[in-house]
Write a protein that binds this ligand. Structure first.
Ligand code: HEC
Ligand code: HEC
Length: 284
């Protein structure tokens, strides 16, 4: 396995992230039971293996580089400058209004409970796609670009209302509407792919806690997204990260919002169930 990871590293070339060799750290980072989650005691957040400097930026909203995007989104949230002449706030109340304004549907809790099942499409819907659903159906406007500043800011604004709330997922239950998506996401997670013939699990399960040069592999959890990455020099969505991890092993990357990545997101939410929502996060 280590050989494979070293190969991944060599192949990723300019990618600073995966440069050089694996210096084994064993599984000493895994924190059994330490997180106090009885249902999923071994889950831990990538925050834990971030550097102290990155953690400090993550924790301080004045330093967190995602906040300017959140400010941009807050302006849009309150704006009636759309064809429907109605703001997000008109229906949902202020982002932190726990009663959810006129619609009675608050932003608080959304980040901890997505993806959800969309009965209209028969597929999972994540926060990004739900925002665009409201944008298109309620505001009669073109949806935000998936990886655009507005979308990243709005996703962060919505998801941060659930900060500290444990991620909830019941998708492993065969009776759950999301079960088929969960099953497909799980298969994707364990399927070897790409020139390097590696699965997500080969890095984020088998080697979580191990060092790849200056980088410690985390469990690849989704609780902090959207994330500002120094490597990107801007914040990005979870699906951007999926695409990056796929490309690092020279595998096909799927589109943002694709069925493949929605299924994977559904599986990851379950895998990280119980972890607190930490959006928006900062990472190397
Ligand atoms: C005309 C009223 C209306 C407007 C305007 C509106 N929404 Fe919604 N929103 C709803 C309704 C109704 C739902 C319930 C699900 C659905 O119909 O899609 C909803 C659902 C949501 C959800 C999911 C909530 C949950 O608990 O699952 C989010 C997130 C959301 N809206 C965000 C936004 C954002 C951000 C905007 C502005 C870009 C916006 N909405 C504009 C009415 C509105
Ligand atoms: C060759 C090893 C490798 C493989 C295979 C891989 N990743 Fe990653 N991934 C990384 C590295 C390195 C990082 C950055 C450090 C970290 O958080 O692990 C990362 C980060 C992530 C993160 C961000 C975690 C956080 O806390 O910010 C997610 C989510 C993720 N990966 C998901 C996946 C998924 C899903 C797959 C399978 C499609 C996958 N990765 C495959 C190496 C890999």
């Amino acid at each position: 396995m280590k050989k494979l990871i070293t190969a991944a590293i060599a192949l990723s070339g300019a990618g600073l992230l995966l440069a050089a060799c694996v210096a084994g750290g064993g599984s000493s980072m895994s924190s059994t039971g330490e997180n106090g989650i009885s249902d999923n005691p071994d889950a831990w957040s990538g925050y834990k293996t971030a550097t102290a400097e990155t953690q400090a930026m993550n924790d301080d909203d004045f330093e967190n580089p995602v906040m300017p995007y959140v400010d941009l989104a807050a302006g849009i949230y309150n704006s009636r400058d759309n064809a429907g002449k109605i703001s997000c706030a008109d229906c949902h109340g202020a982002p932190d209004d726990a009663t959810g304004g006129r619609s009675g549907i608050p932003m608080k809790g959304v980040g901890a409970n997505y993806p959800r099942f969309n009965a209209e499409t028969g597929k999972p819907i994540n926060v990004e796609l739900q925002i665009n659903k409201c944008r298109e159906e309620r505001q009669v406007e073109k949806g935000f670009k998936y990886e655009g500043d507005e979308m990243i800011g709005m996703t962060a604004l919505v998801r941060m209302q659930s900060r500290g709330m444990p991620v909830v997922s019941k998708a492993a239950d065969p009776a759950n509407e999301l079960h088929a998506a969960w099953t497909a996401g799980k298969e994707f997670y364990y399927q070897r792919r790409g020139q390097l013939d590696m699965a997500c699990s080969n890095c984020h399960e088998d080697h979580a806690g191990d060092l790849i040069r200056a980088e410690t592999l985390s469990q690849g959890q989704s609780n902090g997204f959207p994330t500002y990455r120094f490597k990107w020099q801007k914040p990005g969505t979870l699906h951007r990260r999926f695409a990056g991890c796929n490309k690092n092993i020279r595998a096909e990357a799927f589109g943002r919002g694709s069925d493949e990545y929605l299924n994977l997101e559904t599986y990851l939410a379950w895998r990280g169930r119980g972890l607190p929502v930490e959006a928006p996060s900062v990472r190397k």
